[in-house]
Design a protein around this ligand. Structure first.
Ligand SMILES: Nc1nc2c(c(=O)[nH]1)N[C@H]1C(S)=C(S)[C@@H](COP(=O)(O)O)O[C@H]1N2
Ligand SMILES: [Mo]
Length: 330
């Protein structure tokens, strides 16, 4: 079967690289360097002032494009270990108006308008496969099993743009324990919604292997970083960002962070994933952030921070090596 590879609008703009130290002040730079060496704990104490600022800026921004979902706004526990990602938060108004969501459009600026007919309530997530407690779960059911918390993570799209977002989510590893996932499960597969009446992308892009589907190895799923996100900026997840529930794996490219999940399956054998299936020579199954491995059509050495023209260096595992590098050493 032939798939049409994406035609990215980000292609071919290899601007001059600005080293991070040129625009970050010294303390920020030290913190960023410390981030990859030391990880979150030590950072938390160093980073509060910058973070506070970024957050204020974002919360103050008047034009919010949040679309309503029925889940009530959450005021989750702010996990002190993830209070900073070593960068200022991206403006909420950008995060909610610049979206990759091919079910709606290839045009990142249009997704937030086209999501209006998308119904995200009621919503059931079918959980099946190798576990003790299969069934249909609402987002509220899942949040009862594991309380949501807020964490600030960097997010790096394979198209070389990046953002920093406060996610509200439940750690997937804790959920797996509550659901009694079997030792026989080696992979977890996620499937997104497919409702052509509510979203034009299925008809517009018929050659893609819909529904969008993704997967992790179980050791990746159990890693403490992995979240099922239900909110951003202390509010319910907007439709354009993957309401009502999506995956967040900050050491992997954005494409792994599947939105609007309707099914989670625990499996013994490795399932295929949307982009790897569609264009295998461009998107690896693991899709870990790696500045040394260029995309066949562009470099992955740097990234542009949303809301600025600045390019910064991309770090291995998106700066989360302390948490995950050991998973790939075997
Ligand atoms: N269901 C679904 N999930 C998806 C996508 C998609 O097209 N459909 N795009 C992925 C890509 S490439 C990126 S970069 C992120 C974008 O998330 P954001 O719009 O919240 O920034 O969602 C990911 N999850
Ligand atoms: Mo992406």
């Amino acid at each position: 079967m032939h798939y049409i590879p994406p035609r990215p609008d980000w292609q071919g703009r290899q601007e001059d690289i600005t080293h991070e130290s040129q625009w970050l002040n010294r303390r920020e730079w030290l913190r960023l360097a410390g981030f990859s060496l030391l990880g979150g704990n030590i950072l938390a104490s160093l980073s509060t002032p910058l973070l506070g600022q970024g957050q204020k800026e974002t919360l103050d921004s008047k034009k919010s494009t949040h679309t309503k979902t029925t889940s009530k706004p959450s005021h989750p526990w702010k996990n002190p270990k993830f209070r900073s990602a070593g960068r200022p938060l991206t403006k909420e108004s950008l995060v909610t108006t610049w979206n990759n969501f091919y079910e709606f459009s290839l045009d990142k600026g249009k997704v937030h308008k086209l999501v209006q007919p998308f119904k995200v309530s009621p919503w059931a997530v079918e959980i099946s496969g190798l576990l003790k407690k299969p069934g249909n779960y609402s987002v509220q059911d899942l949040e009862k099993l594991v309380s949501p918390e807020e964490r600030i993570y960097r997010f790096r799209c394979v198209e070389a743009w990046a953002m920093t977002v406060p996610w509200t989510g439940i750690p997937l590893g804790l959920l797996c324990k509550k659901l009694g996932v079997s030792d026989k499960a080696k992979y977890v597969r996620f499937v997104a919604f497919k409702r052509p009446k509510e979203s034009p992308g299925f008809a517009a892009l018929p050659h893609y292997p819909w529904p969008y589907h993704e997967a992790l190895r179980m050791d990746e799923a159990m890693n403490e970083l992995t979240l099922l996100a239900t909110g951003i900026y202390g509010k319910a997840l907007p439709k354009q960002n993957g309401a009502p529930i999506r995956l967040i794996v900050p050491w992997k490219y954005g494409l792994k962070n599947i939105k609007s999940i309707v099914k989670i399956e625990f499996l013994a054998k490795r399932p295929d994933t949307f982009w790897h299936e569609a264009v295998p020579h461009e998107y690896s199954w693991l899709s870990n952030v790696d500045p040394k491995v260029p995309h066949p059509r562009w470099s992955q050495a740097t990234e542009r921070l949303l809301g600025s023209d600045r390019k910064v260096q991309t770090l291995p595992f998106n700066g989360y090596g302390k948490f995950v590098a050991s998973l790939y050493k075997k």
